[in-house]
Design a protein around this ligand. Structure first.
Ligand code: UDP
Length: 378
């Protein structure tokens, strides 16, 4: 009888909605391969939004630190993450810890693994805005992970080049594409097979029939205190046009909710709605003409669907959409946002130039590449 090779124990750590979206394809790929023993640990840095993604992706966590607390400081969160994730690592004794992106959970997961000399694979490595306060604190989180990781899964050549300039060993850097494209393709196939998964937007589609839909998301920390009010004022001005309707799933963060409700509640062509689960969000991306957002992930998803995306930030660590012409940085100045939206609405050529489906972020096979890289690293 031949002995089967030893299996790698891989601990996959995440805590927020965007991490869960970008990590579920990796969990699916590793779980389907007998070379791995896969354990999933969630910090639940976001609770409800994370659980929605877990449910649609059919993933149950093996460890749930349940760390979301109201008004938690970054210090308290980071301390609790480090202790909690370290305990899980001591219990599971993984060969690899896999983290994604730039959150406190990912950073603390990498650090706890480093303290135990466990190898770290970083999914979506090498994104840099080169401004440590935009996005804050994510730029620094990502750089910390970059100094620790043994395997850097860069989504694009640009990200790989950024790592090389920081003297990360060339053989540790691999361009895998971004798993967000895997996730979007997976959820689109699920919706095609089971349309009821995303049918909840039908009443809004009926209410706004004949109007041009603009999708909005906004939740960035660095826009708290002034930026969000400015964004809300811009939306109010845009909504003065009767040919448009804005659909805005509002992030549950009370800072965001308070500002948006104060400025926008009661406008009949602005729908402030609860956060959408991932299939419904994919449906919104399909329905809208333009996305107005400060999100990172939406900057990657919208270009893949050929939807112009106006990014309400001063800088972006995802320049590929800008370079491809499907995304544009507009900051948070209301006059600028309104001008850019009106140009896209009124100038067919300007719209056409941005609305080209472009996929600088991946081909939907990133997770299987990441799986092979971990397997081959031994
Ligand atoms: N998203 C979602 N429902 C929503 C808003 C966003 O499922 O109501 C998804 C979206 O598809 C994207 C991700 O959440 O993949 C983006 O998350 P978020 O904007 O919270 O974080 P960021 O990408 O800025 O880190």
């Amino acid at each position: 009888m031949t002995e089967s090779p030893p299996r790698h124990t891989v601990l996959i750590v995440f805590g927020t909605r965007p991490e869960a979206i970008k990590m579920f394809p990796v969990v699916h790929a590793l779980r389907a391969d007998p070379r791995f023993r896969v354990r999933v640990c969630i910090s639940a840095q976001h609770r409800g939004l994370l659980d929605q993604v877990m449910a649609i992706a059919g993933i149950a966590a093996d460890h749930d630190l349940d760390l979301m607390r109201p008004d938690q400081t970054l210090d308290a969160l980071t301390a609790a993450l480090l202790t909690g994730l370290g305990q899980v690592m001591d219990l599971e004794k993984p060969d690899w810890v896999v983290v994604q992106g730039d959150t406190a959970t990912a950073m603390a997961g990498a650090l706890a693994a480093y303290y135990r000399k466990i190898r770290v694979a970083h999914v979506e490595a090498g994104l840099r805005s080169h401004n440590i306060y935009h996005p804050w604190p994510e730029e620094v989180n990502r750089k910390i992970i970059g100094t620790i990781a043994a395997l850097h899964c860069a989504p694009t050549e640009t990200a790989a080049a950024a790592l090389r300039t920081e003297n990360v060993a060339d053989e540790a850097i691999h361009v895998t594409g971004n798993t967000v494209i895997d996730a979007l393709q997976w959820v689109s196939a699920r919706i095609a097979a089971e349309p009821s998964l995303a049918s909840g937007l039908q009443p809004l589609a009926a209410r706004f029939a004949g109007r041009r839909i603009i999708g909005v998301t906004s939740h960035r920390r660095e826009n708290f205190g002034g930026g969000l009010e400015a964004i809300a004022r811009a939306i109010r001005t845009i909504a003065a046009r009767q040919d448009v309707a804005l659909i805005f799933p509002v992030h549950p963060n009370p800072n965001v909710r308070r500002v948006m409700e104060a400025e926008l509640a009661g406008l009949d062509n602005v729908a402030l709605i609860e956060p959408l689960d991932y299939p419904h969000f994919a449906r919104l991306l399909g329905m809208c003409e333009i996305m107005l957002t400060d999100s990172g992930g939406v900057q990657e998803e919208a270009p893949a669907l050929g939807k112009p995306v106006l990014v309400m930030r001063e800088t972006t660590e995802r320049p590929e959409g800008i370079a491809a012409g499907t995304a544009r940085l507009v900051g948070t100045d209301p006059a600028r946002i309104v001008t850019e939206i009106f140009t896209l609405l009124d100038d067919k050529a300007a719209y056409g130039a941005m609305a080209r489906a472009h996929n600088p972020f991946g081909d939907g096979r990133s997770a299987s590449r990441i799986m092979e890289l971990i397997a081959n690293a031994g």
